[in-house]
Design a protein. Structure first.
Length: 550
């Protein structure tokens, strides 16, 4: 079972099962591709399993050279495993590659790995390192680099390292570091992962943005200060809050050119206009930018009207209006349930995001996730909400809801606050600039956070709600939930996982963990000169695919 030979016998038995589930209508094509390719089935073989021809690779007529200018918040760089926002990674992606890459169609593409195999119960993964890759300082890329990076990811003693949670089955619970024998260098180009228990998310997690691969000389801090990487670009400018610039590295032959084509651009400029979409529109109309990072709210129609091209994707991206259970009175379950009950999520979608999405159910698992289970929607009863709050002794409490000043997030929180007031609950709003908000996003008692899509529902639940993980901004801690999550991660059969997922979804609802109003459709606009830069469902920037006509 390899990535590049669809004819090879011995495909993982779970892949055959997933294909049958797709044919029976229980898995979408995207869901099937994510699951099958994560087990090491190549895209061509995966399409063949469901009776479809693999998409043909387009003839390469992309224009070479030029500069592409994108508006994007430019954030301070940090150790990639500590990265907590896509914008950070989208800059260092210029020179730091990944082992694997998540594609818009749901498939996993091999990058610095050329293939991988999983055993039948997903407790052992064998990783084949791509031949012929070099770092831009001339060092060869080998299995030792892969072992070192995965070992770094497993180090849960490093504060803020979210990768440790993603690699939990490689981590020793006693030391909070990589378990002895878990990461094995078989030979110079082969690595074997020996998991403590089955985990179908391991390969998919290697595509997430904190999983960039760093050189042996890197220790921590801003990776642009000594930009040794395997990627095709180098950082030229890094002015946080102003501008970040990537330029093609003239002294490094990128390994991916032979495999994928590209890179085409000479230069990529990220320009920071803050969170006001009107400023981004003005930049577009004056010719200062060629493409938006994302387009939201009323400005989607406005960019349409000025003649820019639109790219749209349906995603599991969302807004989590969450309660920090370490902060009274949000440690009181009745308080959390009452605030949930006062809010109609459909109204938040309409007023906060112009209806451009689907209503969510307060448990952070999306219908496009393969293991999503349909359960009863949350109850909306403002009168009962106020009565429950009174009974809990907090009827006269004033609740402060904090959000960033980004237009759609602020509008969504305004819609939540208005409904709380309509229910007779006292609430105040605080709107903070991004430079202030993100300094303490994990600590606010009652606030809203934008969450990106992850391909699998169990991934997002593991990142956001497992006890003690770095990104658990709700401070939710439930032994029952953690046990169910571990069970779900170990199950290959989608129906079996769905049964477990139904229990987790119900727990999150009943425990009043968050108000999660909707799933977002994502939009991007660009001039007709831009090619290959369509919106990605997880905001990833695959620079080597981008081009601009002169």
């Amino acid at each position: 079972m390899t990535i590049h030979d669809p004819r090879r016998a011995g495909l993982h038995p779970a892949a055959e099962m997933y294909a049958a589930e797709h044919r029976a209508g229980r898995l979408s094509r995207r869901e099937f591709l994510t699951r099958a390719t994560a087990l090491g089935v190549g895209s061509s073989a995966a399409f063949g399993l469901i009776g479809l021809p693999a998409p043909a690779r387009a003839e390469n007529h992309m224009p070479m050279g030029g500069t592409l200018r994108m508006e994007m918040e430019t954030k301070a760089l940090k150790d990639p495993r500590l990265a907590d926002w896509s914008q950070i990674s989208n800059f260092y992606r210029g020179w730091l590659d990944y082992l694997v890459q998540y594609e818009a169609d749901g498939s996993i593409t091999p990058m610095l790995l050329e293939s991988w195999d999983a055993n039948e119960d997903a407790t052992q993964f064998t990783l084949k390192v791509r031949q012929g890759v070099t770092w831009n300082n001339g060092d060869p890329f080998t299995a030792a680099d892969v072992v070192r990076n995965i070992t770094r990811w497993c180090d849960g003693t490093v504060e803020g390292n979210s990768m440790a949670g993603r690699m939990s089955q490689l981590v020793d619970a006693e030391t909070n570091m990589a378990r002895e024998g878990a990461i094995e260098e078989v030979d110079e180009m082969t690595v074997r992962l020996n998991l403590a228990a089955p985990d179908i998310t391991v390969i998919v997690s290697m595509a997430d943005y904190p999983a960039a691969i760093v050189h042996s000389s890197y220790e921590s801090g801003d990776p642009s200060e000594n930009p040794i990487g395997t990627g095709p670009y180098l950082p030229e400018v890094n002015e946080v809050g102003v501008r970040q610039v990537l330029v093609r590295n003239p002294d490094h032959q990128w390994w991916g050119t032979e495999v994928f084509g590209g890179p085409y651009l000479d230069r990529i400029e990220y320009i920071d206009y803050g969170t006001d979409p009107a400023a981004k529109l003005a930049a577009a109309e004056s010719g200062e930018i060629d493409i938006t990072y994302q387009t939201t709210g009323d400005f989607i129609d406005i960019f349409d009207a000025i003649g820019w091209q639109k790219s749209e994707v349906v995603t599991a991206a969302t807004l989590a209006v969450r309660f920090n259970q370490d902060s009274p009175p949000y440690d009181n379950k009745d308080v959390r349930n009452a605030l949930q009950m006062a809010v109609d999520n459909a109204i938040v979608l309409e007023l906060g995001y112009n209806g451009r999405g689907t209503v969510a159910e307060n448990h952070h698992v999306c219908p496009i996730h393969p293991e999503y289970a349909q359960i009863d929607p949350p109850v909306h009863d403002p009168a009962a909400a106020k009565a429950l709050l009174d009974e809990a002794g907090f009827g006269n409490e004033t609740f402060e809801l904090i959000s960033i000043d980004d237009a759609w997030q602020a509008a969504s929180c305004d819609a939540v606050a208005a409904q709380l007031r309509d229910a007779g609950i006292q609430v105040e709003r605080q709107v903070l600039p991004g430079s202030t908000f993100w300094n303490d996003w994990l600590e606010y008692p009652f606030s809203a956070t934008e969450w990106n899509m992850r391909p699998l529902g169990v991934q997002i639940l593991g990142l956001a709600y497992r006890s003690g993980v770095p990104w658990n901004e709700t401070a939710y801690s439930s032994e029952e939930f953690d046990t169910l999550l571990a069970e779900a991660m170990s199950l290959a059969d989608v129906e079996a996982r769905r049964e477990v997922m139904a229990k987790m979804e119900k727990l999150l609802q009943d425990d009043g963990v968050l108000i999660q109003p909707y799933w977002r459709s994502l939009y991007r606009h660009y001039t007709d000169k831009v090619q290959g830069a369509e919106m990605h469902p997880t905001f990833e920037h695959h620079h080597y695919k981008w081009a601009i006509a002169s």
